[in-house]
Design a protein around this ligand. Structure first.
Ligand SMILES: [Zn+2]
Length: 146
């Protein structure tokens, strides 16, 4: 396990175990759901995450195409839709801090934080599981209107 700090949050995580867990998962939550909101997320997945977040996912051993779940909050403005979701990883949240509260309340931009409050993850993650949650904005590209 390796410790990693994000603002006032502290996690311990196992990159190799996380990579192994993702190798047992076929696809992301959006593919498993398949509704119009999720199909739009799949089309826009490449635009959903900024580089620093992609770097974090890679450091944790997370496969960016296999989010635990993505969900559509609704329109963010005329051009963009607000989505949230999370990725599981093998590890524990040691210090929860206030980042989750602060980032959740923020009105704009891409945000992410560590969490230990989520639906039961796939068994391949083992018993020590935490998640990195995100909120993002993407265009609506799917032919069916939101
Ligand atoms: Zn869906």
């Amino acid at each position: 396990m390796t410790n990693f700090e994000l603002g006032d949050q502290l996690i311990s995580h196992d990159t190799d175990a996380t990579v192994a867990a993702y190798s047992e998962i076929a696809n992301g939550g959006a593919e498993r759901c398949g509704c119009a909101d999720c199909r739009n997320f799949i089309l826009q997945r490449v635009n959903a995450y900024p580089q620093d977040f992609l770097n974090l996912l890679s450091r944790l051993g997370i496969d960016v195409s296999k989010e635990g779940e993505a969900f559509h909050y609704g329109p963010a403005n005329d051009d963009e839709q607000l989505y949230g979701g999370w990725f599981y990883f093998v590890g524990t949240l040691i210090e929860a801090g206030n980042r989750a509260k602060i980032e959740r309340a923020a009105q704009s931009g891409f945000r992410y934080w560590f969490s230990n409050n989520f639906p039961r993850p796939p068994g391949c993650f083992g018993k020590d599981v935490a998640a990195v949650e995100f909120v993002t904005r993407i265009p609506w590209e799917h032919e069916q209107s939101p």
